[in-house]
Design a protein around this ligand. Structure first.
Ligand code: SAH
Ligand code: MG
Length: 217
């Protein structure tokens, strides 16, 4: 289903940004990141690129480096309170990202450090808000939307509904964490991927590992 798209070696990501991305905390494979870089670079001329779910900035740096090379803008959307699995006591909780004053997870300071280190402060614009709220202040058309936010059914479908209609003709809707076999991962991301395909608005491009890629007709 997801044929390998391009060899990672064909990507020409800025070497400094690549080192920052590799060292950044997060949940993204290098090959997937390089694909995001190339997609961002190739589509930023169609409109701003939106990332839903930045966390500490790993995917933001891959995408941002590509968008920067194209002279575009990246909007990094995240409420920075973490997904279900990042909360205290859950599998992916990181005590370094806990803000004792609010008693909540807060990944925004780490995102800012990452964007600073990667030289992306003129390219990447953090939007600190729940995804559907952020969508209300961002008009399309967008060159690309990358969805990697909450993985509950409600969150994933809300992301699809808020953002998919803003993708420019010829632009990209990329969705992370597709697991065709339900025993290997949650099904919400692949559900919205199939929803995009079923809408008739998108064509399927080759994916990279768990990254699905659709192009708006
Ligand atoms: N792309 C990141 C990983 C994202 S983890 C990387 O490359 O490492 C998922 C992120 O989505 C978390 O930071 C969480 O705070 C955010 N998130 C979850 N649900 C959200 C929502 N409804 N609105 C905004 N952000 C959300
Ligand atoms: Mg993910």
């Amino acid at each position: 289903m997801f044929a390998a798209a391009r060899s990672a070696k064909t990507s020409c990501v800025d070497a400094h940004a690549h080192r920052i991305a590799l060292a950044c905390k997060g949940f993204l494979d290098d090959e997937e990141g390089l694909r995001l870089h190339d997609l961002g670079r190739a589509h930023a001329h169609l409109g701003p690129v939106v990332e839903v779910g930045s966390y500490c900035g790993k995917s933001s740096v891959y995408l941002g480096a590509g968008v920067k090379a194209a002279g575009g803008l990246l909007l990094c959307v995240d409420h920075h309170r973490g997904s279900e699995e990042h909360q205290v006591g859950e599998e992916y909780h990181d005590p370094d990202l806990f803000d004792a004053r609010t008693g909540r997870v807060d990944s925004l300071p780490e995102l800012r450090r990452t964007l600073h280190a990667a030289g992306l402060e003129q390219t990447a614009v953090p939007i600190v808000a729940p995804s559907p709220v952020a969508a209300r202040v961002v008009a399309g058309p967008l060159g690309m939307v990358f969805i990697d936010g909450g993985h509950s059914h409600a969150a994933a479908h809300a992301d699809y509904e808020a953002w998919s209609g803003k993708v420019a003709p010829g632009g990209i809707l990329a969705i992370h964490d597709l697991f065709p076999d339900p025993s290997t991962g949650g099904q919400a991301p692949i559900e919205i991927y199939r929803r995009g395909l079923g809408s008739g608005l998108f064509d399927e491009l080759p994916g990279t590992k768990t990254l699905g890629v659709l192009r708006r007709r």
